[in-house]
Design a protein around this ligand. Structure first.
Ligand SMILES: NC(=O)c1ccc[n+]([C@@H]2O[C@H](COP(=O)([O-])OP(=O)(O)OC[C@H]3O[C@@H](n4cnc5c(N)ncnc54)[C@H](OP(=O)(O)O)[C@@H]3O)[C@@H](O)[C@H]2O)c1
Length: 277
């Protein structure tokens, strides 16, 4: 297994996603993922499955310190009072003593153009208080562009340890990745499987044949080779295994260039256009 470092802590180089997972599918998939070997699980208040994720983590019987659990504060919960409530609620629902990583889910400049910097600042300061108390171990953000990262650090004096962004072949996010790398901010890639559509992209299929891997595995591997942690989601055990099996081959520099040259393709919201609160 490969690891990335978050402020001196070794964290598995792949995380398990749970967006749009609910009920038994969610519980069973997290149990399966831990059984397969994932120790790094991603959820969010917005996914409304923190209780199931927490129960699966507890029931797995794995030592708490071997696991790394991330959650996120939703857009409508930013600001001093609401973000505190959000963290308390996540702690209660997850019921796993502490949260390894809390992220601000979106910077929300749209619809909050006058006050989003204040909301981000207040939220981050609340998260820092929970880190002081030991109830949260690491602080980060999600969907932050370079300006947003600059602003939050300037406004709080605190640097995010992680930035979780949409990233996959067709959206390799070079500008944000370089900015984060220079500052020691770990980048995590959401939607790394392009929502399960990797097989629709000829370069990923051709490279899969060349390396004896699936198009999904090629996509995940390309993200890892950029120094970024992919977060694949699946509720099927065979795919959970497939997505974890990406550390026994290496894409050549020329093949990475093929992936980096793929046409631009974004399948999630752009941070400057998201209006959902
Ligand atoms: N921070 C953010 O704003 C943000 C936004 C979106 C997502 N996320 C996080 O990132 C995670 C991943 O993103 P995502 O769930 O949107 O998309 P994704 O992981 O790119 O794709 C998930 C889809 O791919 C399918 N799939 C999984 N493995 C496959 C395989 N090997 N072959 C073919 N299809 C496969 C899944 O179906 P089955 O489940 O049926 O197998 C599911 O429909 C989320 O679950 C969440 O934890 C964060």
């Amino acid at each position: 297994m490969e690891y990335f470092e978050i402020k001196g802590r070794q964290v598995q180089a792949i995380a398990f996603g749970t967006y749009l997972s609910s009920g038994n599918d969610c519980y069973n998939s997290v149990r399966d993922a831990i059984d397969v070997g994932y120790t790094n699980i991603d959820t969010a208040a917005f996914y409304k499955n923190e209780d199931l994720v927490g129960k699966a983590v507890r029931d797995s019987g794995t030592d708490r310190e071997k696991l790394f659990v991330t959650t996120k504060i939703w857009n409508s919960e930013q600001g001093t009072t609401l973000s505190q409530k959000s963290i308390e609620n996540s702690l209660k629902l997850l019921d796993i003593d502490y949260i390894d990583l809390v992220l601000i889910h979106w910077p929300i400049p749209v619809g909050h153009n006058h006050d989003y910097q204040i909301l981000n600042k207040e939220t981050f300061e609340v998260m820092a208080k929970y880190r002081e108390k030991g109830l949260v171990k690491h602080l980060g953000v999600s969907n932050f562009m370079v300006d947003h990262l600059d602003q939050i650090e300037r406004n709080t004096g605190i640097r995010a340890e992680v930035n979780q962004i949409e990233m996959h072949p067709g959206l390799m996010q070079d500008e944000i990745c370089s900015y984060c790398k220079e500052r020691g901010i770990l980048v995590q890639a959401w939607r790394p499987l392009m929502r399960g559509n990797c097989a629709s992209f000829a370069p990923l299929c051709e490279l899969g044949e060349k390396y004896g891997k699936t198009p999904s595995q090629v996509a995940l591997r390309s993200i890892y080779q950029k120094g970024v942690m992919p977060i694949p989601k699946s509720v099927h055990r065979s795919r959970i295994e497939e997505n974890f099996d990406v550390f026994d081959f290496r894409l050549s520099d020329d093949d990475m260039k093929i992936i980096e040259g793929m046409d631009e393709y974004r399948c999630g919201s752009h941070p400057l256009r998201l209006t959902r609160t």
